[in-house]
Design a protein around this ligand. Structure first.
Ligand code: ADP
Length: 289
């Protein structure tokens, strides 16, 4: 039973009070709304500025890398001419110095290539061209690529037969780029033992692993090595070439292929770098097998 007064004057008063309260609530709400809208606008503006800054950075990197290529290629060609003794004989010391120019120029060229690739990925300008292919073919191409650089007699490189891995529909060049980077790192950081490349399939996902018996990586660096320019300082690192961009690029490429990369490693025991991607790239759903 309603206990409120039945007096019309009191009722009118109460109604008026409620209306006033509702009005002040509405005003408060409107003010809050305006505040939220202003915040949204500010956020939008900041997002736009961030997008512009990223675009500018990518464009700068792309221009810079592109402009660097011509002079680097000239240096490499001239060094090759000198090394081939086209302009006459070299002393032992000159040969050593020309070799130094060649390896430094190669390192520089690799860094520029990696930078350009990274800039392209960031600017969303990397084209993914998926196609159907057999893993055995990719493994044998990789085996052929690494044969000439396997000069350490204490180290073997094994590509396991990819049993049970179906034909893949993905960008084989990007996949090859990621695996090449894993394998060349493994070879660099493994003074003796083995580097083993495997592919296994589970459901509609395929996992590639590159396992080495090398120097390994301390747990605190497992995340950092996938960042741009990250390198773990070690005595072996000082003697080696590298840019610290390979894994950053590999991770971005893996994401473009719908997958990701990971590492398991223990210092002194070795590392296992893995790449997991879908057997069939999503964008290709409906493509004819
Ligand atoms: P780069 O090899 O050009 O230095 P990466 O981005 O490919 O650059 O690798 C980053 C760093 O991660 C390497 O410099 C090295 O310190 C570490 N790293 C990568 N792979 C291995 C590996 N298989 N064993 C030990 N350390 C590794």
């Amino acid at each position: 039973m309603d206990t409120a007064s039945n007096d019309p004057a009191e009722l009118a008063q109460a109604l008026e009070a409620s209306l006033r309260e509702a009005e002040s609530l509405r005003a408060e709400l409107e003010e809050t709304n305006r505040g939220v809208l202003a915040l949204y606008a500010e956020l939008d503006q900041q997002a736009e500025q961030l997008r512009e800054a990223t675009e500018l950075k990518s464009r700068f990197l792309a221009y810079m890398s592109h402009e660097f290529r011509t002079p680097i290629n000239s240096i490499r060609s001239i060094a090759r001419l000198l090394a081939d003794r086209v302009d006459g004989p070299l002393t032992e010391e000159q040969e050593r110095q020309v070799g130094f120019i060649q390896s430094t120029a190669t390192e520089f060229a690799e860094m520029v290539d990696d930078l350009l690739d990274l800039a392209k990925v960031e600017a969303g300008r990397v084209e993914i061209s998926p196609a159907w292919f057999e893993m055995v073919d990719l493994f044998s191409a990789l085996r052929g690529m690494f044969k000439p650089v396997l000069t350490n007699p204490d180290l073997t490189l094994v590509f396991e037969e990819p049993h049970g891995v179906p034909r893949l529909y993905t960008d084989d060049r990007k996949l090859s780029q990621i695996l090449r980077n894993f394998v060349s790192n493994a070879l660099k950081f493994t003074p003796r033992g083995e580097v083993r490349v495997c592919a296994t399939c589970e459901g509609d996902v395929v996992t590639f692993t590159v396992a080495d018996t090398g120097i390994g990586i301390a747990p605190e660096f497992h995340e950092a090595i996938f960042e741009d320019f990250a390198q773990v300082q070690s005595p072996i690192q000082k003697r080696l070439r590298g840019t610290g961009l390979g894994l950053a690029l590999s991770r971005r490429l893996a994401i473009l292929l719908g997958g990701n990369v990971a590492v398991q490693s223990e210092p002194g025991k070795g590392s296992v770098f893995s790449l997991t991607i879908p057997v069939r790239l999503q964008a290709a759903a409906g493509a004819d097998g």
